[in-house]
Ligand binder design. Structure first.
Ligand SMILES: *[C@@H]1O[C@H](CO)[C@@H](O)[C@H](O)[C@H]1NC(C)=O
Ligand SMILES: *[C@@H]1O[C@H](CO)[C@@H](O)[C@H](O)[C@H]1NC(C)=O
Ligand SMILES: *[C@@H]1O[C@H](CO)[C@@H](O)[C@H](O)[C@H]1NC(C)=O
Ligand SMILES: *[C@@H]1O[C@H](CO)[C@@H](O)[C@H](O)[C@H]1NC(C)=O
Ligand SMILES: *[C@@H]1O[C@H](CO)[C@@H](O)[C@H](O)[C@H]1NC(C)=O
Length: 279
């Protein structure tokens, strides 16, 4: 009789297990992170029969369920605010669970563990914004340190707040009329690029640069290019030939009109004077 019960228990366990393992395991669990806004994404979209729950663990620490990613039918979870220490490394688990409201007797669910992610070393750096002024062969770039998703008090911390002196900027610049590019690195956000040829138009692009990171993760996205005005622009370069020709024609026309009017007036006056003279 005992053996029969044991066998029965095993059979029930087997049924439950096969029901459980009918939830597909999450696949392709990856991190998408820019300026410390960090989202975990995975596949496939769940059917109505199951859902996903996300657990985040600092490496060597305890797993924490993410309140807004419990039994969800989404395939992404924003973990920016849950990663309270940007210098820590994390792994996340995506559990396949019964849908919201449904119950299950099981305590183990299929799960997939993400690769390790260390925001300070791995988050991508968005393209910066900057203002440009050029005078006497020196270009002054005022780069705005981009805000991150890290909240500190009432404010979002900037890249400078997080990386401090480890945040550098790489400036790529070239003469507008040529293709040869130069780069220079700077450890401040106010940048003077010196040694430019006066009277030339230059174009500039800026990207965040963190030399202390491993090669391949050091450079951020390139900003849009900004070009200085050519300081010695001649009239021919500023205005197109059509505009210049139109201006000349206009001047000729005006001169013609003035001459005509003057001549007609003078003739009339002369005629009047003659008439008076006659009377
Ligand atoms: C995971 O990614 C691979 C390659 O990018 C793709 O072929 C596969 O279909 C993906 N898996 C799912 C479940 O979408
Ligand atoms: C640089 O730009 C910021 C705004 O992005 C401005 O507050 C700051 O005064 C500028 N610095 C200089 C020296 O112009
Ligand atoms: C920037 O670099 C210069 C030398 O190139 C150094 O003297 C200065 O201390 C550095 N500034 C910071 C904030 O690291
Ligand atoms: C840039 O040059 C201006 C004057 O041309 C100077 O006042 C300023 O201190 C310089 N800034 C840096 C960061 O070298
Ligand atoms: C730079 O060159 C491009 C074409 O190569 C031109 O469209 C642009 O107006 C130029 N900018 C300046 C400031 O000269």
């Amino acid at each position: 009789v005992r053996g029969g019960r044991l066998w029965c228990a095993l059979w029930v366990a087997h049924l439950l297990w096969s029901k459980c393992s009918s939830y597909p395991q999450a696949q392709n669990v990856t991190w998408k992170s820019t300026n410390f806004k960090t989202v975990l994404v995975w596949e496939p979209k769940p059917s109505v029969d199951y859902s996903y729950t996300v657990e985040l663990s600092p490496v060597g620490g305890n797993a924490q369920r993410i309140a807004y990613c419990i039994r969800s039918s989404q395939t992404m979870c924003d973990l920016s605010t849950a990663m309270t220490d940007p210098k820590a490394c994390y792994v996340a688990d995506v559990l396949s669970q019964p849908p919201q409201g449904a119950t299950s007797d099981l305590s183990e669910f299929p799960h997939k563990t993400s690769p390790k992610f260390c925001p300070y070393h791995d988050t991508e750096l968005d393209r910066p914004k900057f203002t440009l002024e050029v005078s006497k062969g020196i270009a002054t770039l005022n780069v705005t340190d981009s805000p991150t998703a890290i909240v500190s008090g009432q404010h979002l911390q900037t890249l400078r707040d997080v990386f401090s002196e480890h945040l550098h900027y790489r400036v790529t610049y070239w003469k507008n009329k040529s293709t040869g590019k130069k780069t220079s690195d700077y450890n401040t956000s106010m940048i003077n690029v010196t040694g430019l040829d006066q009277g030339e138009s230059y174009c500039f692009q800026v990207q965040a640069y963190i030399p202390s990171r491993t090669y391949g993760k050091q450079l951020g996205d390139l900003s849009h290019a900004q070009c200085s005005r050519d300081e010695n622009e001649t009239i021919l370069e500023v205005y197109s030939p059509a505009v210049i020709i139109s201006a000349i024609i206009l001047i000729l026309l005006l001169t013609g009109i003035i001459i005509t009017v003057t001549v007609v007036c003078c003739k009339k006056k002369a005629a009047k004077a003659e008439k008076k003279g006659v009377v």
